[in-house]
Design a protein around this ligand. Structure first.
Ligand code: B4P
Length: 191
């Protein structure tokens, strides 16, 4: 099994690159953002609670997202491996993920962080907001709040993986093809 975490601030290209990576490597894509948006679309109680936080640019509670990932892992027993996109976003989530993977006799093989400047992130997300229908992409204050949540709670997750020697950074600015090729080179070196 090969398990990859694609990490980076909101708008760094995680979702965009994940689509290509799962097709090349045959991994199962697990995006907590997508899972939460499905709950919102289905108007579940979990989705309605999550929406209130997401609309303010805040993170959803750890136990909620860890629970969603646990269910998704159980629902995909045949997977060759997983690509985690937008998860873990806190150290508690990283520890929760380690425990879940250990129960399945597997672990994280690589953690790749996409590096993009703050102004580029804001530009990309406002641009996506023109067409995505995502309420968290249309307001610059909410976008900046998401980036602040990333700086305060999420960026330290990288330190957790640095201690296990699994951490790599890839420049996330430039053409989508060039970034994809740089990611593939890193992934291949961990396989
Ligand atoms: P996510 O769905 O994870 O959304 P995101 O980080 O904003 O975007 P993503 O990273 O997928 O977008 P991409 O860069 O690909 O999270 C949304 C919210 O859900 C969070 O704020 C939080 O409230 C909640 N949440 C999710 N997971 C959670 C967790 N684990 N714990 C707690 N809360 C959680 O794309 C951005 C744009 O850039 C696109 O328009 C794309 O076309 C463009 N782009 C990509 N690459 C480009 C490039 N090279 N050049 C130019 N543009 C590019």
């Amino acid at each position: 099994m090969f398990n990859l975490i694609l990490f980076g601030p909101p708008g760094s290209g995680k979702g965009t690159q994940s689509e290509r990576l799962i097709s090349k490597y045959g991994l199962k894509h697990l995006s907590t953002g997508d899972l939460l948006r499905s709950e919102i679309a289905a108007q579940t109680a979990l989705g309605m609670e999550a929406k209130k936080l997401m609309d303010k640019g805040q993170l959803v509670p750890d136990e909620v997202v860890i629970g969603m990932i646990s269910t998704a892992l159980d629902n995909n027993p045949q997977a060759k491996g997983f690509l985690f996109d937008g998860f873990p976003r806190t150290t508690a989530q990283a520890e929760g993920l380690d425990k879940l993977l250990k129960l399945k006799g597997t672990q994280i093989n690589a953690f790749i962080s996409l590096v993009v400047s703050e102004e580029e992130l804001v530009k990309r997300l406002l641009n996506r907001g023109l067409t995505s229908g995502r309420s968290d992409d249309t307001n610059e204050d909410v976008i900046r709040a998401r980036i602040t949540e990333y700086k305060n709670k999420t960026s330290i997750v990288a330190d957790y993986y640095k201690q296990f020697d699994k951490f790599t950074e890839v420049k996330g600015e430039g053409s989508i093809d060039d970034i994809f090729n740089a990611l593939c080179k890193e992934i291949d070196s961990h396989m």
